[in-house]
Design a protein around this ligand. Structure first.
Ligand SMILES: Cc1cc2nc3c(=O)[nH]c(=O)nc-3n(C[C@H](O)[C@H](O)[C@H](O)COP(=O)(O)OP(=O)(O)OC[C@H]3O[C@@H](n4cnc5c(N)ncnc54)[C@H](O)[C@@H]3O)c2cc1C
Length: 341
């Protein structure tokens, strides 16, 4: 069956920020074969392409005119291996991520529960190496299948070649716009061990009187914490954290600490420190503030919200104002997390 290229598609319902933009041309792909057909397409094969998953980590700054939007809708969830040491699962790139977490738990396969309630699709999860509450996708990813946008060839990339970092991977860098992830494989190790050291999770479990948490208890803790702290995009358009936490060496961290002894920082395994961007934004007085229709969330200042009808440019004006304040007060540049399109 040949692919349908749709024209002038409204993107309002296809991005969690609730930005009213449109795609001049959009194609829905439901298999790796569909992606290959896009690459072979006489008109669109050579055009720049933008892959859209759940639209929960993008900020549209205008209509998408020059690129073909490739809406990822590859479905499928299956167990490839299950033995005494681990379970290997294959997931279509268009599957909703939270659905993957709940499906594995329902099958009795634990290991993804810390990543519950993260919006978006499974195929986008490796792009920024999603992470939350002490776990990152790279802790569970085995490999990804992708289709090259130039050659149309399929390939499998092992996790070790994905150059994962903090909210970073090869798909945000060398491979950005060059290939489509069509499925991912996740390896869930056995025996399961809880990842319960994260302060919020530990506090929730203690309050609920849970001494030996089950996968379901961690899942419940993460869902409850997220629901209490993060704005629901259905109510307040947002893309989760708008800024990454800056990572600095010990010297810089100590210099900042001298002037700002209360700053929140976390030591990392490589001797560097992650500084809490939310703390810095709050210290600059931005918590709960707004510039026109773009606002800073009251409970979580890392999250910028659409207060209703904001354009991408209005969100960016607020982001720039925050970046300027943080640069002036702390001498640090805050990097944005969502992809600006
Ligand atoms: C309320 C809220 C909470 C969030 N919490 C977290 C959190 O705790 N941790 C976290 O890490 N993130 C979080 N996010 C961000 C977001 O959910 C994740 O980054 C998610 O993985 C994005 O998935 P998506 O399908 O919506 O991607 P999109 O927003 O559609 O795309 C994001 C980027 O990935 C690319 N892409 C998408 N699919 C593919 C594919 N199949 N192949 C190649 N490239 C692709 C796109 O081109 C784009 O560059 C949150 C977002 C919201 C709105």
């Amino acid at each position: 069956m040949s692919l349908e290229i749709e024209s002038d598609v409204p993107l309002l319902a296809l991005n969690t920020f609730g930005i009213d933009a449109s795609a001049w041309s959009l194609v829905r792909v439901r298999s790796a074969r569909d992606v290959r057909q896009v690459v072979d397409h006489p008109q669109w094969g050579r055009a720049p392409k933008f892959i859209l998953g759940g639209g929960s980590n993008v900020l549209f700054t205008g209509d998408i005119r020059d690129a073909l939007v490739v809406k990822m809708e590859v479905q499928g969830l299956r167990v490839l291996e299950d033995d005494a040491h681990s379970t290997l699962i294959e997931v279509g790139a268009g599957e909703p991520w939270h659905g993957v977490v709940t499906w594995t738990l329902a099958q009795g396969f634990a290991g993804l529960e810390n990543l519950a309630l993260i919006p978006g699709t499974a195929g986008a999860a490796p792009v920024q190496n999603i992470g939350a509450y002490g776990l990152e996708l790279s802790d569970r990813l085995e490999s990804v299948d992708l289709v090259d946008f130039v050659t149309g060839r399929s390939a499998t990339l092992p996790a070790a070649h994905c150059r994962f970092g903090y909210r970073d991977s090869i798909f945000k860098r060398e491979l950005a716009g060059k290939s489509a992830i069509t499925s991912i494989r996740l390896r869930l190790p056995k025996p399961w061990a809880p990842v319960a050291g994260y302060a919020d999770v530990a506090r929730w479990l203690q309050r609920e009187g849970v001494d030996e948490p089950s996968p379901q208890a961690i899942f419940d803790a993460v869902c409850a914490i997220r629901r209490s702290k993060l704005p629901d995009p259905a109510q307040w358009g947002n893309a989760g954290s708008f800024f990454k936490n800056p990572v600095v060496n010990r010297t810089i961290r100590n210099e900042i600490l001298e002037e700002h002894p209360d700053i929140v920082s976390y030591p990392l395994d490589d001797g560097t420190y992650k500084l809490a961007a939310a703390w810095m934004i709050a210290a600059c007085g931005w918590k709960g503030q707004h510039l026109g229709k773009a606002g800073v969330h009251e409970q979580q200042p890392l999250v910028l919200v659409n207060r209703g009808g904001a354009s991408g440019a209005e969100i960016m004006a607020l982001a720039h104002a925050i970046q300027d304040s943080v640069r002036r007060k702390f001498g640090l540049s805050l990097e944005t997390e969502p992809v600006l399109v």
